[in-house]
Design a protein around this ligand. Structure first.
Ligand code: FES
Ligand SMILES: [Fe+2]
Length: 420
């Protein structure tokens, strides 16, 4: 059982909080690059801060305060110029470092006052990696964005998927180290929802958890498998500080504020061997999926991550960890909480927290445990894909993780995979 104080410490992400200080030491994915083709200015709320993300006409991204320093107009209504974002109210123009480049009336009436040189809008660094837009809200110097090897994998179809989940981020991240939920929330619950008469799925017999440089690994033995199975030998990754890595996709749980989380999935689907070499053209497509049925309060339960969202939000807006009864299946959850409490203390004492990338050499195609590495490295035949539970559902039923995939993305996917 956790104290109220520790529950607050683990969940609150505002600028003045210990967790807020810890999470601000890492880059957070906040948007996909392709979205800026349609709309160059987008409001973003990140760790309780209201900001505006834009791409100017030269292609430079900027992340600035939501409100103009002149008289507080909403910069989300601003428009981009060759360099920077211009407030729509009186035309003050700011660049991505926060400098004020122009104050149209003052520049004409009182150029000698150089008032613009005294004005700044709060701004944060932005970088692009894997066609995601990443933001850094922490102290200088920013670390590097991890260059996961997966971002460089070839012969695959990539997509980026968002969802807004109305609950605190930390219960979402605890799910990243919770192997048993897979059997119940995804397999058995899906079976009951569909009533296909399939019975219960193979049970978990044994779990293992351990920490490594970039997070934690969890391992499982289920009925019908043993310790030679890749899901025991290699396992899956709870990626520090706020993601799950399954071996083919990342799911970041990005705190919007204390009560809302942006789920960001970066997904890679290997094409069958008969489609190699395959090169995905253009920017990775992104889309945003709903969490509730259209026009209704009913949660969507048809897809894997939608089921996760229902479980997370069902724990309460901020799960009350003072009322839990933890069991041996929660060993990983306990390890994660302990690590976070220690890392918050480390940052408070002025130290560097876990898994900050600073070394350019180390940060080159960084390898992570991948249970299906053989399929990724050697390729996989169409027949073997159809025998593999997840790859099969990708091929046959469509994107299995979230509802709402646009038909254009599905069409491109089918083209990549060679589905007639
Ligand atoms: S409020 Fe933005 S320019 Fe006046
Ligand atoms: Fe799940």
């Amino acid at each position: 059982m956790l104290s109220h104080a520790d529950n607050r410490k683990l969940t609150q992400v505002g600028a003045g909080t210990p967790m807020g200080a810890l999470l601000r030491r890492y880059w957070m994915p906040v948007a996909a690059v392709d979205a800026f083709d349609a709309e160059s200015v987008r409001p973003v709320r990140l760790m309780g801060e209201d900001l505006v993300l834009y791409r100017d006409r030269a292609g430079t991204f900027g992340l600035v305060d939501r409100h103009c320093p002149h008289r507080r107009a909403d910069m989300a209504h601003g428009f981009v110029e060759d360099c920077g974002l211009r407030c729509h109210y009186h035309g003050w123009l700011f660049d991505e470092t926060g400098r004020c480049l122009s104050q149209p009336y003052e520049d004409i009436a009182h150029p000698e006052a150089k008032f613009k040189d005294k004005i700044r809008i709060p701004s944060y660094p932005v970088e692009i990696k894997a066609d995601l837009v990443w933001a850094y809200l922490g102290p200088d110097p920013p670390p590097l964005i991890p260059d996961w090897e997966v971002f460089h994998w070839e012969n695959g179809f990539r997509q980026i998927v968002f969802a807004e989940v109305p609950c605190n981020w930390f219960q979402c991240q605890e799910n990243s180290i919770d192997p048993v939920h897979f059997e119940w929330l995804h397999l058995n619950w899906s079976e009951r929802l569909r009533e296909t008469g399939g019975g219960y799925s193979p049970r978990h017999l044994k779990l293992g958890f351990e920490e490594f440089a970039y997070g934690h690994v969890y391992r499982r033995v289920r009925e019908g498998t043993d310790e030679t199975h890749p899901l025991w030998r290699i396992g899956r990754v709870c990626l520090w500080p706020n993601a799950l890595f399954t071996g083919t996709h990342f799911e970041w749980r990005v705190p919007i504020d204390d009560e809302n989380t942006l789920s960001v999935t970066w997904s890679y689907a290997k094409v069958p061997k008969d489609r190699e070499p395959y090169v995905q053209q253009g920017t990775i497509p992104s889309w945003r999926g709903p969490v509730r049925e259209p026009g209704s309060e009913r949660w969507i339960t048809t897809h894997v991550m939608n089921q996760d969202f229902v479980a997370w939000a069902g724990q309460g807006t901020v799960a009350d960890r003072t009322a839990e009864q933890l069991a041996s299946s929660d060993e990983g959850v306990l390890m994660l909480r302990k690590r976070f409490l220690e890392e918050m203390d480390r940052v408070e004492r002025g130290g560097e927290p876990k898994a900050l990338m600073r070394d350019r050499e180390e940060n080159r195609r960084v390898r992570l445990p991948v249970a299906d590495r053989k399929a990724v490295e050697e390729g996989i035949s169409r027949e073997d894909m159809l025998r593999h539970p997840f790859m099969r559902s990708f091929l046959v039923d469509g994107y299995p993780f979230q509802q709402g995939q646009p038909s254009a993305v599905r069409r491109d996917y089918e083209q990549a995979m060679g589905i007639a």
